[in-house]
Every structure is written in C-alpha cells, then in structure tokens.
Design a protein around this ligand. Structure first.
Ligand code: CAA
Length: 392
C-alpha cells in the first residue's frame, strides 16, 4: 500500500491548481452572480488536455489515469465548481462512454473533437418524471428501420446549451422495460431538437443547465451506442465512473472551505488565524478548533474513499460500490464543511467576497446530481447484501 503521489500526479495536480488560481479565480464571483458560462476557461482547459484526460492519445486524449483526473477535479473545484462540472461531465459521462462502448466511426467522428476540447458534450438521462427512478424513461426512440424517431423532454441537463453532442437515453421497446432502452448520439442542429429553458440555480450557477426538447428527431441507427437495448446499462456503467468525478468535486469544495488543502487562499483556517475575538485568534478557542479538527478528519476520510475508487477503476476492478461510497461521503462532508465554514467566518461568511457562501451553495448539488445520496445508499446496500450472500 502506497499513499504517496507519483511525480507525474503531483505535476498534474500543480498544473490544475495553477490554472484554478490564474484562470478561474478572477471573475468567479461575477460568473456565479450573473450565471455566465465559463467559455474562455473551458476552451483553455480543452487546449491543455483537461477535457479528455483519460482518453487514449490515439483519440485525441491525454492518456492519463483516473487518479490524475481526480486530482485535477479536486483542484479546479476548490475555486470554481461551475467549471469543474463541465470538466467532469465531458470526461466521465461523455468521453468515457464513447471510448468504452462506441464504434470506431463514432470515436473518430465524436470522441476525437470532444477529447481535444474542440466541442463539449452532454449526458441526457433525467426527465421531468425520471430522476432517481431512471428506468421510467418517457422519451421514446421508435425504431424506423434505418433511424430512430426521438420524442420527449430531458431536464436539468448540464452543458445543455453549450454542448454540441448529446448522449440521449430513450425507450425503444416499453415491453422490455430497461432492456428496451437505447443510448443515442444526438447532434445539436438535428431538425426537431431544441434547447429549452435555462435553469436559475442555487449553486454552480456558471454552468448552463437546460431542458431539452425532441420532436420527431431522426437519429441514424449508426448513432446508437452498443447493442440494441444496452442504453440503461450504458447509463449505469457511465454514471458509476461519473460519481468518482463528482466525489472529487465535493472533496475540492470541502477542503477549500475548511482551508485544509494548500490552496492560495486557505479560507477558514487562514481566517481563523487572522480574526481575533476575546483577545485571541479564533482558532485558539476550542469551539472553532474542534470544528476544524472534525472537518479535517472527515475530509481526509473522504479523500481516501475517492482515491480508492479511482485506484480500483485504474486497476480494472469493479468500482460501483466504491464510487457510490466516495460520492455519498464526500458530498455529505462538502455540505457539512461549507456550512461550518460560513459559521466560522461569521458575518463575513454571509457575503460574497469571502467565497464560502458560494462554496456552500455549490456543495448542495453534489448530494443530488449523478445520483442523490439516497440512490448511493441503494447502490451500496445492494452491493453489500450481494457480497454477504456470496459469502453465505
Ligand atoms: N453497471 C451495470 N449494470 C447495472 C448497474 C451498473 N452499475 N446498475 C444496475 N445495472 C443493471 C442491473 O443489473 C439490471 O440489469 P438486469 O435486469 O439485466 O440484471 C438493470 O441495470 C436494472 O437495474 P436495477 O434493477 O437495479 O434498476 P432499478 O430500477 O432498481 O434502479 C438505480 C437502479 C441504481 C436506482 C438506478 O435507477 C439509478 O442509478 N438511479 C439514479 C440515476 C442517476 O444517477 N441520475 C443522475 C442523472 S445524470 C446527471 O446528473 C449528470 C449531470 O448532468 C451532472
């Protein structure tokens, strides 16, 4: 067992940290307030290889491992979770699925520009009535011979307007239940495809979250990913890896809020050293010191879970339970840490300039998207019970 990072991992972490400080920090408050998508920043991240980090270089990617991806996600998320969610969705929900299950033609046509960051992608599973209960897809993809006719609505889609390529999950044969679901590659501009309303969100306000409307969109058969009826399993497998990215995002938000990590502005820790009350720095008061101690311990535990999930994925081992545990725990720690961070900052924590109120608002979504905390508990409980019955 080795807990140290390789030199390469440290370089990637440092590069992401520098990028966050120089490119993301300026303007992060304004982007949040005005709901501005970080277009320039995403373009630069693409040029640096952060949008196709784990993709094989032969398909335009950076050929890195999941540990590298997690380190980059953590660093970017310390400063701007609205940007890091774009990075996460493109890497783990779009590029990963296409590389793993796409045909050679699909990879050449879609994966290469996505991995190079020339375009970005979106993953479209959620619907007005199918969020956690993802098998209840109402969007239909009727088999018309050489194409599918796509009809329906998707909700809360990250990169909804900024994406060029959309992986859309839809029901083809309702009688077959989840085995009748397909995953289709839809391009922006296909007749009948419209981007709907932009959501006005509590957190990650810089990312663009939209509903999508499909009316008789003709999607060629060659745009189906995997075999007929593979769409639901495709979504589940893709989300399993996606959850590692979101867990890393939560870890970044938590560690920045409590100033545990060596970010340039170590928020609560730094603040607690500077701010004086009753004649001494506030971290010398046990009430504040114990908050810092508890959160430091929880953040460390979350980090170990996130790293283990990433490591299992890199080893080619099953990571479904590990990624669910990492996301469940890291997102709950992020929420707790950011609430405490606002408390430690007192009145300053309640205003925008000190960043912690934004981190608190951003933390909330990590308990919701890519499977709520309740869904992670379902995945974990089922895995644990399966393991128990395999032993019995
Ligand atoms: N890998 C492969 N197959 C899997 C799997 C996995 N990780 N998980 C489930 N499956 C398979 C099952 O084996 C089963 O197949 P068989 O019947 O052939 O054995 C099939 O999928 C159905 O599984 P379940 O019976 O377990 O299905 P369920 O209805 O009980 O639901 C669930 C399972 C885990 C609750 C699932 O519905 C789920 O994960 N829901 C949450 C969805 C989600 O995460 N949504 C997030 C939206 S995307 C997003 O947020 C992106 C963004 O923009 C940031």
């Amino acid at each position: 067992m080795n807990f140290s990072l390789t030199e390469e991992h440290q370089m990637i972490r440092d590069a992401a940290r520098d990028f966050a400080q120089t490119e993301l920090l300026p303007g992060v408050i304004e982007r949040d307030e005005k709901q501005l998508f970080p277009s320039e920043q995403i373009k630069k991240l693409g040029q640096l290889g952060f949008l196709g980090m784990m993709v094989d270089p032969k398909y335009g990617g950076a050929g890195m491992d999941t540990i590298s991806y997690v380190l980059a996600m953590e660093e970017l998320s310390k400063v701007d979770a609205s940007t890091s969610v774009v990075v996460s969705v493109n890497n783990s929900l779009v590029c990963w699925g296409l590389e793993k299950y796409g045909t050679e033609e699909q990879k050449q046509k879609y994966l290469v520009p996505l991995a190079q960051g020339q375009i970005i992608g979106a993953f479209c599973l959620s619907e007005p009535e199918a969020g956690s209960d993802a098998t209840s897809q109402k969007t239909t993809a009727v088999d018309m011979g050489d194409h599918y006719l796509l009809n329906g609505t998707k909700n809360w889609i990250t990169n909804g307007n900024s994406a060029s390529v959309y992986l859309v999950i839809a029901q083809t044969d309702p009688e077959k239940g989840h085995r009748g679901i397909n995953a289709l590659i839809v391009e922006k501009g296909m007749p009948g495809f419209e981007v709907g309303l932009k959501e006005n969100k509590l957190g990650i306000r810089g990312s663009d979250t939209h509903s999508l409307l499909f009316t008789d969109v003709k999607v060629p058969k060659e745009n189906r990913i995997g075999e007929e009826g593979f769409g639901f399993k495709f979504a589940m497998k893709t989300l399993s890896g996606g959850r590692i990215g979101i867990a890393a995002q939560a870890l970044g938000i938590a560690s920045q809020a409590l100033g545990i990590a060596s970010g340039a502005y170590e928020l609560s820790l730094e603040y607690s050293k500077q701010r004086k009350a009753f004649g001494k720095a506030i971290h010398e008061h046990q009430a504040v010191a114990f908050k810092l101690a508890d959160m430091a311990t929880k953040i460390e535990a979350a980090r170990l879970l996130v790293m283990k999930a990433a490591w299992l994925k890199d080893q080619g081992q099953n990571y479904d339970k590990a990624s669910a545990m990492a996301k469940l725990y890291a997102s709950e720690v992020a929420m707790e840490a950011t609430v405490e961070a606002v408390q430690i900052h007192g009145g300053y924590g309640f205003v925008k300039e000190y960043h912690v109120e934004r981190l608190m608002r951003d933390a909330k979504i990590t308990q919701i998207y890519e499977g709520t905390s309740e869904i992670q508990r379902i995945v974990i409980a089922r895995a644990v019970l399966d393991e128990a019955s395999a032993i019995a």
